[in-house]
Design a protein around this ligand. Structure first.
Ligand SMILES: [Zn+2]
Length: 360
């Protein structure tokens, strides 16, 4: 953006904006782009932009069986992508794997990373310590310090949904939308909120843990016994378990894609399970809107196809929860890719890098 626009957004005078920007240009962090042709009279406007080569960061997303890693520039553009099977899930083994992937990405791209961001489905405090990651069997693991020791690079750790929300707010559909919220449907159900440019983590790292909220007390129970919580109705395992019971087969023989096929959708029982899941997702999103009044909500994750296939059920539930005096909030669905999750982790690393660069 131009200096004038930047000053307006930061509430700074023209003189202060110029004084603030100058050292960033001298440090080669920001550059002036060639002037754009203007239609009207007056001097052409020079745009300021972040220098693409000013930084390189790595984002890592951990699942129960795979490590996904991306190398990005400060604009979130992916320069290299790597996946590895997670053969060891103890913290020492995972740290060693992260160090080896970071070295490989650096070698392949010829760019040395300056920070690492790691995201996982876990409660994280202070961007450093994993409090609980049940899918890895971890408790109180100081992952950021372990990776710093192994790589020499500053490291930030966060819950995966919150990292994803952060990346969407910086580089994606959430750009310039504040407050902004992201709801993910998949192995779990989570939500990330960005308010005043900051992702909300909560006092103990568990903000957005909406998966076990009650939706339909007559529904099936989740793995820890809640009748009809969101997870029981709309998580991948909840949907597949219900469909397996209805079809008389094993849940592991089913996939979400198979249930969403035109052939399966001839089956009224399958359709009822999908509609119930879309309704549960609508309850979560509609409730979130009531609390936060975001400018935009994005729904993503591997289960997003369920919402898309029963969009009318989802929309009716969101609309039904809207306060009579509140304006409708746009809700967009977004296809799901694991490298997007890793890019979310890279956004965290960039935040870390801006702090380090700022100190310089
Ligand atoms: Zn539950």
């Amino acid at each position: 953006m131009s200096r004038a626009e930047l000053g307006r957004r930061l509430g700074l005078s023209a003189a202060t904006t110029t004084r603030t920007v100058r050292p960033l240009i001298e440090a080669n962090l920001i550059e002036e782009r060639p002037p754009q042709e203007t239609a009207g009279p007056g001097r052409p406007v020079r745009q300021l932009a972040v220098v693409e080569r000013s930084a390189t960061v790595v984002g890592v997303k951990l699942t129960d069986d795979t490590l996904h890693a991306v190398l990005t520039d400060p604009l979130g553009q992916v320069l290299a992508y790597e996946t590895r099977p997670l053969t060891r899930t103890d913290a020492t083994g995972v740290t060693a794997l992260i160090a080896s992937v970071v070295a490989q990405l650096a070698g392949r791209s010829g760019r040395r990373p300056e920070a690492i961001g790691i995201s996982l489905g876990a409660a994280v405090v202070g961007r450093r310590t994993v409090v609980v990651a049940s899918f890895l069997g971890w408790r109180d693991v100081p992952l950021a310090d372990m990776v710093l020791d192994a790589t020499g690079l500053p490291c930030t750790v966060a819950n995966d949904v919150r990292a994803f929300a952060y990346a969407e707010a910086w580089f994606g559909a959430g750009l310039g939308r504040d407050p902004f919220a992201l709801v993910t449907l998949g192995a779990g159900i989570g939500c990330g909120m960005v308010v005043a440019g900051e992702v909300v983590s909560g006092a103990r790292g568990t903000a957005g843990s909406v998966g076990h909220l009650p939706v339909d007390p007559s529904g099936p129970r989740c793995e820890i016994g809640h009748p009809g919580c969101a997870r029981a109705l709309a998580s991948t395992s909840g949907i597949l378990n219900a469909a397996a019971e209805h079809l008389g087969c094993q849940a592991q023989d089913l996939t979400l894609d198979a249930l969403l096929s035109p052939q399966m959708r001839q089956d009224d029982g399958v359709v009822a399970i999908l509609r119930r899941a879309a309704l549960a997702a609508g309850t979560i999103v509609g409730t979130l809107i009531a609390y936060v009044d975001p400018e935009l909500v994005i729904v993503s994750g591997e289960g997003v196809g369920v919402v898309e296939s029963c969009r009318e059920v989802f929309d009716a539930q969101v609309e039904g929860l809207r306060h009579w005096a509140a304006a409708p909030v746009p809700v967009l669905t977004r296809p799901f890719e694991f490298d997007e999750w890793a890019r979310g982790a890279a956004a965290l690393a960039l935040e870390r890098w801006t702090l380090v660069a700022g100190d310089r």
